[in-house]
Design a protein. Structure first.
Length: 186
């Protein structure tokens, strides 16, 4: 696992900023000033605009991994009530990691682990004792990562997650995926 060190406090949310001390990768909360470069490198203007607005309202934290001043990955710590009724019922008030992404050429370098660890630290700073995430049934590589990081199956069966994507060249598309919920005590 990458070594993380405390690197100051983010003034907006009082969240400890972390930076990865190997490979010059820094993980920090995203800001409106980052929007243009996030979209240029990672796409998904609508998603980033929405998550930054939610962060401003206190609904979560967008964490971005930076390598040489370029975003290389992100994850959103969603502190709002889950959309799925079974998650709300079995994990009330538990924040959920959403949309963990690392640029493909950089997979396997600890950036995903650093993002998850930073999200866990942010959740602790916000007073949470547990954290959850959903992983698609076909995404065995991600599941192995999460299990290595201490996440375990929640024991309440699969969940169908549904979301809307907004392609730049067409109308919104509703997608869904069957997955398992994994939980970790912080």
């Amino acid at each position: 696992m990458p070594t993380l060190v405390r690197n100051g406090v983010d003034g907006l949310h009082g969240i400890v900023r972390l930076r990865l001390v190997t490979a010059k990768v820094e993980v920090r909360p995203g800001s409106d000033a980052d929007l243009a470069v996030l979209v240029a490198v990672l796409g998904e203007r609508h998603w980033f605009t929405d998550r930054l607005a939610r962060q401003q309202r206190g609904g979560g934290v967008l964490l971005v991994a930076w390598l040489d001043d370029r975003p290389v990955g992100e994850v959103y710590l969603d502190c709002e009530p889950a959309k799925e009724p079974e998650v709300r019922r079995h994990l009330p008030g538990v924040p959920v990691l959403d949309h963990l992404e690392v640029l493909g050429p950089l997979w396997g370098r600890g950036i995903g682990s650093a993002l998850v660890c930073a999200a866990e630290d942010a959740a602790r700073q916000l007073g949470h004792e547990r954290i959850a995430l959903g992983v698609g049934l076909v995404n065995s590589g991600a599941r192995r990562l999460y299990e290595r990081l201490g996440y375990v199956d929640w024991g309440h069966g699969t969940v169908v997650g549904t979301w809307v994507e907004y392609p730049d060249d067409g109308p919104p598309v509703t997608l869904s995926e069957v997955g398992d919920m994994l939980v970790k005590r912080l």
